[in-house]
Design a binder for this molecule. Sequence first.
Ligand code: OKP
Ligand code: ZN
Length: 344
Amino acid sequence: MLTFYSDQTLRRRARTELDGGRLVAPYESPERVVLVLKWVREVGLGEVRDPESFGLAPVLAVHDRGYVDFIAGCWDEWQAAGHTGEAIAWIWPTRTLRDDVIPEHIDGRLGHYAQSADTSICAGTFEAAMASKDIALSAMAHTLATGEPSFGLCRPPGHHAASDQFGGYCFFNNAAIAAQHALGQGVGRVAVLDVDFHHGNGTQQIFYARDDVLFASLHGDPRSCFPYFLGHADETGRGRGLGYNVNYPMAPGTAFDAWSRALDDALGRIRDAGCEVLVVSLGVDAFEHDPISAFKLGSDDFTELGRRLATLGLPTTFLLEGGYAVEEIGINAVNVLSGFEAAS
Ligand code: OKP
Ligand code: ZN
């Protein structure tokens, strides 16, 4: 299986994440992708290629223009305002405030476009996000051209990024951008299956009213897990999208037996919907030792996940999302890919 990767993803090196009231070194570190790349090479998964540049058009196909401009200019504007730390949102249009007038000051714009305070914006963030979506697009283009599976070693991740909001370490929604690209190339319906521990709220939001993308997500119940405000089982889509959004919230502590029953149900939904291409939002933070997640999957369970995904028999693009137990992130991600290849 081909892997797409770029050193440009390393250009985001945030120093701060607000975590339990302290500023800590971010969980979403550049070392994550270095470790996955090392393991890709270790097991001889296949060639590692640089991505092509696709420009901004595929980003603007799923994201708002003002939002993209904000991500591109935030760091310079933040510094120009005289701030000396990294850009961390601190005021939001919450339930008692208005959200229909976008402020001019960078502090207000930051709050308008932010979902969460865990994600600082720093030098290189836009450049890394651009590289990450080019990796996703290149992986999808390869799968469309050859029918072969591909692995996009994306960083930063994407599945929390909504049409006009960043958060949960995500800026551009790589999976949504790749799925939309497939539709533009003539694919009738794409499935995005999100196996990251956290609900893919951004992907859900982008496709919620549409029936050309089936979104299915297995995740920690939002009553007790990030992103807290989306991902419930009763969110099933809107308008013509009704029935094309499927959430499997599960309690903290869930292990592979229950988790894989939800997986099998999701695979059935993807089959029944007649999806022609599969995008896997491949977070591996459902791992039992992940520092910020609460499921109990073991490393061998990720191999079995790969095998079950292969039973769909679809052209498949895997895109890295989360996974933070840095020692094992490479093993777990590559186990999925190896399991998929062995069963294909
Ligand atoms: C991103 B992805 C600790 C964690 C705060 C929330 C989780 C973001 C997960 N304060 N960040 O879905 O893996
Ligand atoms: Zn996650």
